[in-house]
Design a protein around this ligand. Sequence first.
Ligand code: ATP
Ligand code: LTN
Length: 332
Amino acid sequence: MEEKKIIFSGIKPSGNLTLGSYLGALKNWVDLSDEYNCYYCIVDMHAITVRQDAAQLRRRTLEQLAQYIACGLDPAKNTIFIQSHVPAHAELSWVLSCYTMFGELSRMTQFKDKSAKNADNINAGLFTYPVLMAADILLYQADLVPVGEDQKQHVEITRDIAHRFNSVYGEVFTMPEPFIPKVGARIMSLSDPDSKMSKSEQGGMGCICLMDSPEDIMRRFKRAVTDSDSCVRYDPENKKGVSNLMAIYSAASGKNFAEIEAEFDGKGYGDFKTAVGESVVELLRPIREKAEDLLKNKDYLVQIYRDGAETAAKAAARTLRKVYKKVGFVER
Ligand code: ATP
Ligand code: LTN
């Protein structure tokens, strides 16, 4: 029997999961989980590159696990675990940092963005963040990394690091490919269509979280920023707000852009926003209800992440052992 190809992806428990995290990443994780051998991680070590409240981080990590499962990830089919539970991530990260150049890390867009937003805390972890992400991916010999558009550059640097290492030591790492969805790869804020919907910037009218109530979701869609020409047409250059709403509606309803344009031909933005809001409410309703249910059973969640870490640690240890040997560390 041919071995299944491998997938790795992760999300930081840095805030409640958003519609962006769902449409850009999680939805595809679920779709890919039959065909691939999948490792889905809660990357808590990445989360602390910006300051987190300890109690909140602990709570969010568990909530995120419940939301992964509620989105449709079956723990019996996927390895779901918490990054800090598998020490090999930190260990490989150190080795890889010696094969990553200062210059290439300096060019990372996310580093530039986050340092601008956290000017009082531009720490070394924020800078070496992509190295830890490369370690996450390469430890499992992943073939595919399902992420949103914003993470493409990090998968590319992972490939560069793997290539550099393999050129010295032979084929140690599998070369991973990013998997970016056609629709939903970059969901923008509802209140500011020029900036990405982001989970660390919640509270405003621009962000939809998976756990939001139907009333909150509808209110935000009704107030979403559009334009003054009252025509539902896909034009991401000139009609950013409307195009973003169309992308959301398309991903939530399965309709393509032409169908959506026809559906709202001659109708105003009011009807359109209501329809988009309702499709998102129905998309998220079962997820929210299931997650709320799962959170009542902590023992079950603990069992899932412990089992996940055990499986992940075994796979990770194989790669780490090989790497340590290649670089010349004396065997324990
Ligand atoms: P933070 O604000 O803490 O940096 P984030 O909201 O940007 O977090 P992550 O948790 O870092 O999101 O990302 C999780 C996954 O979801 C990644 O694969 C990322 O590419 C994807 N993603 C995040 N936001 C969006 C978005 N607005 N549109 C599409 N995909 C997204
Ligand atoms: N950097 C990613 C989260 C992340 C990740 C990974 C994604 C950490 N490690 C490995 C895919 C594979 C982010 O900011 N969204």
